[in-house]
Design a protein around this ligand. Structure first.
Ligand SMILES: [Cu+2]
Length: 269
């Protein structure tokens, strides 16, 4: 009994001691972890981890006027240097600020990369058993997208439906892998002049006596790669028959040419 009585306070003292040690250990672990986290933050600022677009230098940031390269070097960032129109406005130590600054810039540069895409192109290849081919160019305009198609190998004098289809997938020899009409809003099918129409409803090509068509159209219901029904990466299909704008897809028949909408090379236009 006496022993137990004597041990009791000692045990409490020991428990107190160990709990202090425990707190110290936790502090050391936390500080160590924070160090690792900051270290990772610094590592993430190395250009090697940046998308290729940034590594090539994506120009100056709208927010602070620094170029992409400078933004990836936190050491070169004076604290609070991003003080212009889209300032982060956050406080904290220099390292934190630099890490935030980098994150902040990563977002801007991501947007810049897409904002720079003003033109897309689809090269139409004939599906199996057909000879229709051509090029469809898509250019960003103030209110939407200008579409310019030059197609040959059509039925002379005939109209041929042209649509953006859901997938930029030309693996099926008959074009069916491009899926249905691109219609993210779930509208009814229609002509380009109709308020209610699929995003992919581009109307009809009119072939001349030689089976060639030049077609221009401006639409306001799509974007190349913006928020409004982006078309980049989707498919373009030219059909054997005219689009009569009947439901559900215009009765345009077989798919005679298929292309994928990709980023246009400005130097190739
Ligand atoms: Cu179609």
């Amino acid at each position: 009994m006496a022993n137990e009585m004597n041990n009791q306070p000692k045990g409490v003292v020991m428990n107190g001691f160990f709990s202090r040690i425990g707190v110290l250990v936790m502090l050391v672990v936390c500080v160590g972890w924070a160090g690792v986290a900051l270290g990772e933050g610094a590592a993430a600022t190395q250009p090697a981890t940046q998308p290729a677009v940034e590594a090539e230098g994506s120009g100056k940031c709208e927010a602070c006027g620094k170029d992409g390269g400078a933004a990836t070097q936190p050491a070169s960032q004076p604290a609070g240097s991003c003080g212009t129109k889209k300032s982060c406005g956050k406080d904290g130590d220099a390292v934190k600020k630099a890490a935030h600054h980098h994150k902040h810039h990563g977002k801007h540069h991501g947007k810049h990369a897409w904002k720079k895409i003003d033109a897309a192109v689809a090269v139409l290849h004939p599906t199996e058993g057909n000879t229709t081919r051509g090029v469809v160019r898509f250019t960003r305009t103030e209110n939407g997208v200008k579409v310019v198609a030059d197609v040959e190998g059509l039925t002379p004098g005939a109209m041929h439906a042209i649509h953006i289809h859901e997938f930029g997938d030309g693996t099926a020899s008959n074009g069916t892998s491009a899926g249905g009409h691109y219609n993210p809003a779930g509208h009814a099918h229609g002509a380009p002049a109709d308020a209610e129409r699929h995003a992919g409803d581009l109307g009809n090509l009119q072939a001349d006596g030689e089976g060639r068509a030049h077609y221009e159209l401006e639409v306001d219901n799509i974007s190349i790669c913006g928020h409004k029904s982006p078309i980049l990466g989707r498919g373009v299909i030219v059909h054997a028959k005219a689009d009569d704008f009947g439901q559900p897809t215009g009765n345009a028949g077989a798919r005679i040419a298929c292309g994928v909408i990709g980023i246009a090379n400005p130097a190739a236009q």
